[in-house]
Design a protein around this ligand. Structure first.
Ligand code: HPA
Length: 247
């Protein structure tokens, strides 16, 4: 079982990864955001892809999600762990630094290349449960073990609302998302998750809350950067702890 990690804001370069090999990331769907790196994270073998490319070159709507997922699959990944920075919408996930392992998705994105379906080869995957249950469980346990006393909470389950970006939402849009049942909002969960499922890959995500969503508190870009930086080590340690437990 080879695990692919796909991570975005704050993880453009993974200096912690001991890189053993790189593939160029070229696929029938175009080029991935960056080369797929094969290496060791805290000693654990993983494949890694920077979702936005090095230097955060690509906005969420510009990412070639089809190429990214296909490149990881072609490099040998059969399961994916996605790292997402998000805004917190509901009580319980508002504290910056909170980690949420979502169980559901509502997709508000548009205009993205979102399927591998081709004329004559239309894919209708069952997406009732977008995330893999055992993978989620491993992530929740590992994240809790990595949090010391006083660490921000790890929330098992939640609905990820995928917004188009790159702007943040209006307060009314967040109110609507809350009425729809969303707990967190991010810009990159879709179509990444459904594409993985179209390729028959298992996937789970770990979301780092970096700000209260619009209308839920003060949004400070400095605080977003600081929270992302502060959560980084815990997330990487969580991933390395999770990888050997995935079967
Ligand atoms: N909205 C959408 N995406 C995000 C946010 C947000 O508030 N914070 C981090 N990613």
């Amino acid at each position: 079982m080879t695990i692919g990690i796909i991570a975005g804001s704050g993880f453009d370069r993974l200096d912690e990864l001991e890189v053993l090999h790189e593939t160029h990331g070229t696929t029938p769907w175009g080029r991935a955001s960056a080369p797929v790196q094969q290496g060791r994270l805290h000693g654990q073998p993983v494949l890694f892809l920077s979702r936005h490319g090095v230097g955060h070159a690509l906005a969420p709507h510009e990412i070639n999600y089809r190429a990214n997922v296909a490149a990881l699959r072609d490099a040998g990944a059969s399961a994916l762990l996605g790292v997402y920075t998000v805004g917190g919408i509901t009580a319980g996930v508002l504290e910056p630094g909170t980690l949420v392992v979502p169980h559901q998705i509502v997709d508000y994105t548009w205009g993205r290349e979102h399927t591998y379906s081709q004329p004559g080869d239309v894919l209708h995957v069952d997406f009732s449960e977008p995330f893999d249950g055992p993978l989620r469980e491993v992530l929740v346990t590992a994240a809790r073990e990595e949090g010391g006393a006083g660490a921000p909470p790890v929330v098992d389950g939640g609905v990820y609302g995928a917004s188009q970006g790159p702007r943040l939402e209006t307060a009314a849009e967040i109110d609507r998302m809350e009425r729809d049942g969303c707990d967190v909002v991010g810009m990159t969960g879709m179509p990444e998750v459904s594409l993985a499922r179209e390729l028959g890959m298992r996937i789970a995500g770990i979301c780092l809350v970096v700000n209260p969503a619009a209308g839920r508190g003060v949004i400070s870009m400095d605080e977003i950067r600081e929270t992302a930086a502060a959560g980084r080590a815990r997330i990487l340690a969580t991933l390395a702890r999770a990888v050997p437990r995935i079967s």
